[in-house]
Write a protein that binds this ligand. Structure first.
Ligand code: NAP
Length: 522
């Protein structure tokens, strides 16, 4: 019998009825655990978090809550080895993949612990002011940010069970808003284990953190206008959540981080053999293969000047076709499997759609042959590079293939390159590589309005930048249009979603008593 992962709701561990989802090892097909939320009282769970968790967190100031984040991070650091084992078994992560997820989560907690400490012993934030509103200078206004008094429902995608949990929880807890976190069922084990350790360590006040490992069905009929929902996942699920009748009726704030067809653009001046060209090749390969391409930020479209397309195809194909794909438990493995067989089937379907308008240079549809691995139970996909003749086919700009798959798209000139990149319809991130810094700045201006983040790499930072796909807590994460139109992180800016911005108009005396107890965040 495999273990059933508990749900931590209303301050106690509870199991749902039966099995909703079976968690498996994507290398061996071994059954690892099950989850279920059937029969659980979600209305009471939300009430408990809202009332008990909310009161307990709001009794603390920002600096004290920041210290809680540090305590949580330290609990996780002490148990890290176990988390890595789970990430390898349940997600097919290599050690590097696991580090991005686990250390990314811990690093984000540490970051917000540090910047949160700087907010001091206050319980609200001063956004703006005071400003004069009338001839009588005593009548003024300020804008305060006050913590919301509901529960933050965090729904995460399968690819980052650790980072997704903590990047959201860190900001919410710092703001004083209790969290009910729901990992994707298929990889919930890591989130479960981490939350269990944090609860056992008693570092958070009662009600501050709840966990729902099973499905979220029915949860939204119990949300109130005080609650917020932060969702990460597919466009289709985002539509369902935004379209939920109760969510719409009560105008519940919803932040969406959805899918994205991210671009990497090589500038016209980056000749083969140049630092910019080599750095670009390295980054595209890394983005395609880290976490087997299962990153919302991964590079999907590779834009190169038409005259460089052949050299780029050759350089990328050489690295991708020699990539060691296999069991992540083996030291020589550079890329592991996808998370499960349904993702593998979806990726093969996506490759077929892309291949209708592009030629396949390496990899492709069909499980790769790997010694000692049974293709009937495992979920491997070979690194797959395609090349379009030009940017006219729509599939490459429209279909997110969530695996180690990217397409080279040649462009004729700068204007065409910018137009083609924008066809992604709103993305999380684009990176631009080149030697001409004016071109890089122009690209950031021209592409900025359809992106949440732009990485501009000239040779001076070719080996020091943090990478196209890595989300830094200091920077905005989110993107307009199909990327969901959400915003997360971005330093203290991320706190806004968990606060109400209120204009207070009054006398200088009243406002000064408020501002004395609020930390300016500009
Ligand atoms: P998904 O199928 O949309 O699932 C995401 C989450 O939503 C899971 O926790 C899932 O729970 C839950 N869910 C599913 N149906 C729901 C419903 N009707 N009501 C409430 N919750 C529901 O996405 P995924 O397959 O896990 O993740 C892959 C997608 O996420 C890709 O498109 C990727 O681009 C995107 N993503 C975006 C970001 C970003 O930051 N922008 C980051 C990572 C991934 P169950 O597992 O229990 O069904």
């Amino acid at each position: 019998m495999t273990q059933q992962l508990g749900n931590f709701l209303s301050g106690r561990w509870q199991t749902g009825e039966g099995t909703e989802t079976q968690l498996t090892d994507p290398v061996s097909g071994e059954k690892l655990a099950t989850v279920s939320a059937r029969g659980l009282d979600l209305a009471s769970a939300l009430d408990f978090a809202r009332v008990r968790g909310g009161e307990n967190l709001r009794a603390l100031d920002y600096a004290t809550r920041a210290k809680l984040l540090d305590d949580v991070a330290n609990v996780l650091i002490a148990k890290r080895a176990r988390y890595e084992e789970i990430a390898i078994a349940n997600s097919g992560n290599t050690k590097i993949d696991a580090a991005i997820d686990i250390d990314g989560g811990i690093g984000t907690l540490k970051y917000f612990a540090k910047v949160g400490a700087g907010l001091g012993e206050t319980k609200s934030l001063l956004d703006q002011g005071p400003v004069h509103l009338a001839k009588d200078e005593k009548f003024q206004a300020i804008h305060l940010l006050v913590p919301r008094r509901g529960v933050a429902i965090h729904i995460n995608a399968f690819n980052f069970p650790s980072w997704g949990l903590w990047e959201k929880a860190a900001v919410s807890l710092l703001a004083g808003v209790p969290v009910l976190s729901k990992p994707a069922s298929s990889t919930a084990w890591l989130a479960y284990e981490m939350v269990r350790d944090v609860i056992d360590a008693k570092v958070l006040p009662e009600g501050a953190l709840s966990l729902l490992c099973g499905s979220a069905g029915g949860l939204f009929s119990h949300v109130t206008a005080d609650d917020v929902i932060a969702f990460t996942g597919s466009h289709d699920t985002a539509l369902k959540i935004r379209g939920d009748r109760n969510v719409m009726t009560r105008n519940v704030a919803v932040n969406v981080e959805a899918d994205s067809i991210n671009a990497a653009l090589l500038g016209p001046d980056a000749a083969p053999g140049s630092t910019a060209f080599d750095a670009f090749v390295k980054e595209v390969v890394r983005e395609m293969t880290v976490k087997a391409g299962q990153k919302c930020t991964a590079i999907r479209r590779v834009f190169v000047p038409a005259e460089r397309a052949a050299a780029m195809a050759e350089a990328l194909s050489a690295k991708l076709s020699s990539m060691q794909v296999g069991d992540p438990r083996k030291a020589e493995t550079r890329m592991g499997p996808l998370v499960n067989r349904s993702q593998q089937a979806a990726v093969f379907e996506g490759i077929a759609m892309l291949a209708a308008g592009a030629k396949t240079l390496t990899g492709g549809k069909g499980a790769p042959k790997i010694e000692g691995i049974d293709p009937k139970v495992s979920a491997f996909v070979a690194p797959t590079l395609l090349q379009a003749a030009d940017g006219s086919a729509s599939a490459v700009h429209d279909i997110e293939v969530f695996g180690p798959v990217a397409t080279i798209v040649p462009y004729k000139n700068e204007a065409e390159a910018f137009t083609l990149v924008r066809r992604g319809g709103g993305s999380l991130v684009a990176s631009v590589f080149g030697t001409d810094t004016d071109f890089l700045a122009r690209a950031a201006r021209e592409l900025g309005y359809v992106h949440g983040r732009i990485l501009a790499v000239d040779p001076s930072i070719a080996s020091s930048h943090t990478g196209h796909g890595i989300v830094m807590p200091q920077c905005n994460h989110g993107g307009p249009g199909r990327a969901g139109n959400g915003e997360e992180l971005g330093g203290l800016h991320g706190l806004r979603f968990y606060h109400q911005r209120v204009a207070v108009q009054g006398s200088a005396e009243v406002l000064s008593s408020l501002t004395k107890e609020a930390t300016p965040i500009h």
